[in-house]
Design a binder for this molecule. Structure first.
Ligand code: PMV
Length: 329
């Protein structure tokens, strides 16, 4: 017996950031987050469960992957196997059309695509809510890529049995652009799971982050619902800077920004001073993503592209949720 499916998912960028897990709970976020799924970047994943296979395997961008990436996939497949009550090993083939594991939310699209292909292949009755909950248990941000468009994920607690992202607004609610300024092709030195654990343990700013993050979340949600770029953008920048401050004051310090990151932020401030509506955010990596109105997108993109050290810019619109593109058994 061999059960195969292929799915496509897009990364999402948090406007209100998630950083930190509830202690003693299974991948429950300690703060609420809200995001936009991006149309211009995608992960395509094919999963084949086969009784002939002796072990799980992962091909990433056409090359066999081992170590941590494979271990995370085996853990994710175990979650799917437990759900379907089967004991079949799987072959996972995944391709990203953007840099992997460098702070461009590749784990969000990777696990959203894996859950979507895997549940379909195994015949699990998987609603969007169910798939979002399964994806959260593999990578919290992946829960938000399942529904697509504008998504929100509440904070969890030890008392929750499940937690899924919900749609804040559909993909066609608000036509904006997120310009991704790519600064490196290299994977990040400290992954987000490890980085968060260190922040929680050592940062004197973590308690303040837990107190303040819900405020930025509500501001982002209200700004998105009202299609108010200044309100959503200001809250997104505040959430980003608070998260990075918490990372920086960890011991040892967790500094993802580089000189190029700072030059990109300065460029965003300069375009704003010149009357354009543009707002920045960063994740666990040096890239900068800029939220901008459609009319200002081309100008802002040309300014970002000119910053020395920027490898390229990618202009993304709101993107759809994860979906099966091919299935065979
Ligand atoms: O769920 P993870 O491990 O991919 O963590 C994502 C963390 C950030 O990208 C920094 C913020 C976020 O909410 O996406």
């Amino acid at each position: 017996m061999n059960l195969t499916a292929e799915a496509v998912a897009h990364p999402n960028i948090a406007l209100a950031k998630y950083w930190g897990k509830v202690e003693g709970a299974d991948y429950m976020p300690a703060v609420p987050s809200a995001s936009l799924t991006l149309s211009g970047l995608s992960t395509t994943t094919r999963v084949t469960f086969d009784e002939e296979l002796a072990a799980d395997s992962l091909m990433l961008g056409g090359r066999p992957a081992h170590g941590v990436p494979l271990a995370r996939i085996v853990r994710a497949l175990d979650i799917l196997r437990a759900e379907a009550k089967v004991d079949l090993r799987a072959r996972v083939e995944s391709v990203n059309d953007f840099p992997t594991a460098s702070g461009l939310a590749s784990s969000a699209s990777a696990f959203a695509a894996l859950v979507t292909a895997g549940t379909f292949a195994l015949g699990i009755d998987a609603t969007v809510e169910k798939r979002s909950d399964l994806a959260r248990r593999m990578s919290v941000s992946a829960a938000r890529s399942i529904a697509g468009g504008w998504s929100a994920l509440e904070a969890g607690s030890g008392a929750h049995e499940s937690l899924s992202a919900r749609s804040l607004a559909p993909v066609d609610h608000w036509d904006v652009r997120m310009i991704v300024a790519v600064v490196t092709e290299a994977p990040k030195s400290v992954g987000s799971t490890e980085g968060m654990a260190s922040t929680q343990r050592t940062s004197p700013d973590y308690a303040r982050w837990l107190r303040e993050a819900p405020h930025w979340f509500h501001e982002v949600c209200d700004g998105v619902r009202a299609r108010d770029l200044a309100r959503a953008g200001a809250a997104m920048e505040a959430s980003t800077l608070a998260m990075h401050q918490t990372m920086r004051s960890s011991v040892p310090p967790l500094i993802y920004a580089t000189g190029v990151t700072q030059a990109l932020i300065d460029t965003v401030y300069a375009t704003r001073d010149a009357g354009r509506s543009a707002y920045f955010t960063m994740d666990a990596g040096p890239h900068v993503k800029v939220l901008v109105g459609v009319d200002d997108a081309e100008f802002v993109r040309s300014q970002l592209q000119r910053v020395p050290g920027v490898l390229r810019t990618i202009c993304c619109g709101p993107g759809p949720g994860a979906r099966v593109v091919e299935a065979r058994s």
